[in-house]
Design a protein around this ligand. Structure first.
Ligand SMILES: O=P(O)(O)OC[C@H]1O[C@H](OP(=O)(O)OP(=O)(O)O)[C@H](O)[C@@H]1O
Ligand SMILES: O=c1cc[nH]c(=O)[nH]1
Ligand SMILES: [Mg+2]
Length: 209
């Protein structure tokens, strides 16, 4: 069974407080989303394998740790997941980027697919899917199903705010996927929005409302 990791680091919690405020501008919202993603990436990559390498310092020979060269990919769910890419890349700059386009039908809340472009070697990469919001879980579970259909095996899901319903659905549909969460909120309202949440993440990042 995969894990749900709530990232309760004070810097992450403080920045989440800022993006929840309704008067936070798109500029500051984008900056905060990016910084939160960077901090979450730092935590989520804690278990990457290291290997010992012999080097020479100016003083003597010694053994240092290096990342095993595991290949990674960041896959944002469009649009809102794009806001997390820059922060992730600040930590893992060699990662390749895939894109999955999904929007949630406002009536049925079901995810509608409109785009998918992934690195050709996605099957051999450790994949970090990003989306700030995990509400019903429909979009995230559909995106991960698409990734698995293309051969991806080791997948992590990174979201900033999750509902209990979304977490439950993720673990039910994809029990092999670890979920990294900035904050676990209370519930979904009758329109499928997370409460207290932050409203529509995509609209707030791109200023489309
Ligand atoms: O868990 P769910 O119930 O599927 O809801 C979460 C999805 O809804 C939002 O996307 P939205 O449909 O608003 O698209 P956008 O990012 O283009 O705004 C959000 O960014 C997630 O992708
Ligand atoms: O609260 C929510 C739910 C879905 N999508 C969002 O952007 N916000
Ligand atoms: Mg949206």
């Amino acid at each position: 069974m995969a894990r749900t990791v709530i990232m309760d680091h004070p810097l992450i919690q403080h920045k989440i407080g800022i993006i929840r405020k309704k008067d936070t501008s798109s500029k500051e919202f984008r900056e905060m989303i990016s910084e939160i993603a960077m901090l979450m990436c730092y935590e989520a990559t804690r278990e990457l394998p290291l290997t010992d390498v012999e080097i020479e310092t100016p003083i003597c020979k010694t053994t240092v740790k290096e990342l095993e060269g595991k290949k990674m990919a960041v896959v944002p769910i469009l649009r809102a997941g794009l806001g997390m890419v820059e922060g992730m890349l600040a930590m893992i700059p060699a990662a390749k980027i895939g894109h999955i386009g999904l929007y949630r039908d406002p009536e049925t809340l079901a995810p509608v697919e409109y785009y998918c472009k992934l690195p050709s070697d996605i099957a051999s990469r450790e994949v970090f899917v990003t989306d700030p919001m995990l509400a019903t879980g429909g979009s995230a579970t559909a995106a991960i199903t698409m990734l698995k259909e293309k051969g991806a095996k080791k997948i992590h899901f990174m979201c900033i705010i999750a509902s209990p319903e979304g977490i439950e659905k993720m673990h039910e549909v994809h029990p092999d996927v670890d979920v990294f969460v900035g904050a676990l909120d209370d519930h979904l309202n009758e329109h499928g929005y997370i409460v207290p949440g932050l409203g529509d993440a995509g609209d707030r990042i791109f200023g489309t409302k």
